[in-house]
Design a protein around this ligand. Structure first.
Ligand code: PAF
Length: 285
């Protein structure tokens, strides 16, 4: 695996692959890699001749008081993991390499309707930070295909919209959520859970599955009552806060009140200060 930290070296590498007619796949990450990330790399390698992954903790997508400073930075361990899978090049730039010396930056504004609800409602500006860094990385890597995890469902929708709106000739692939044996979605933030919280955490996916079952099997079911009941169940099982559980339209992310062919159930709940995100996509067609 080639290790690159400068924009110039990355550009040279990608240009030489492109000149040889090779298809480039891209998996952007913020590091602290786990099996979920590695499954994205494997998926990219099935879709492309060469795979680039980036490790960059993007300050622009963290709000004030969020965990930018304490976000785990584990570059050496990440390199070892990426070397063990089909990653051809790692791009791990510094903040200065990506953003210069603090001058005012041009930003890419995430589609407002998609980015200001759910995660965006409690994290103003977060998705503008994501679209800005992903746009910059896309310009540098010029991938033919890029892979993002379904776990960050709203991020996927926002980025998919950005690629369509800005006419980027990039195929985006949404990779299925990778889970532990007990159903907990893999996440870099799971390491912050203590032993007791880790036992409670899989309940989130169980509640999502129960909603999915009810929505699928019972006609005329009341969505609001289902969502409320799931929230109460989570609090009853030891979650400290439930930010939202919502059955939404998969494209617009607007809340649904009745069944339709495709739906997504979004959930975010907290154990202590750790926010767990999960979702299930339903296709009844
Ligand atoms: O999902 C992430 O890890 C980040 O939001 C991303 C897409 C790498 C942008 O910083």
């Amino acid at each position: 695996m080639i290790e690159l930290s400068s924009i110039q070296a990355l550009r040279q590498q990608v240009t030489s692959w492109k000149q040889s007619g090779l298809r480039v796949g891209f998996v952007p990450t913020m590091g602290n890699l786990h099996a979920g990330h590695l499954s994205l790399i494997e998926l990219a390698s099935q879709q492309a001749d060469k795979v680039v992954s980036s490790v960059f903790v993007n300050p622009l997508q963290f709000g004030e008081g969020e965990d930018y400073e304490r976000y785990p930075r584990t570059l050496e361990a990440d390199k070892a993991k990426l070397s063990s899978v089909s990653c051809d090049a790692l791009f791990a730039p510094s903040v200065t390499e990506m953003y210069g010396q603090g001058q005012t930056q041009t930003q890419v504004l995430a589609a407002p309707e998609l980015s200001r609800v759910w995660e965006g409602a409690s994290r103003p500006g977060h998705f503008d930070g994501v679209t800005t860094i992903v746009a910059k990385l896309f310009n540098l890597v010029q991938p033919d295909v890029a892979i993002f995890g379904q776990k960050d469902y709203q991020q996927w929708c926002v980025l998919n919209q950005m690629v369509a709106d800005l006419n980027w000739p990039i195929e985006l692939i949404k990779a299925p959520i990778k889970r532990d044996l007990d159903g907990l979605a893999l996440s870099s933030r799971n390491q912050f859970l203590n032993e007791n919280q880790r036992k409670i955490a899989p309940r989130l996916y169980l509640e999502l599955q129960q909603i999915a079952h009810a929505v699928t099997s019972i006609d005329e079911i009341d969505f609001a009552s289902l969502e409320q009941a799931a929230m109460q169940n989570l609090l009853g099982h030891g979650f400290d806060q439930v930010d939202y559980i919502a059955i939404v339209d998969p494209a617009s992310l607007q809340k649904l009140t009745q069944r339709q062919d495709t739906m997504t159930i979004l959930a975010v709940a907290r154990l202590g200060s750790t926010r767990l995100l999960d979702n299930i996509e339903l296709d009844l067609s």
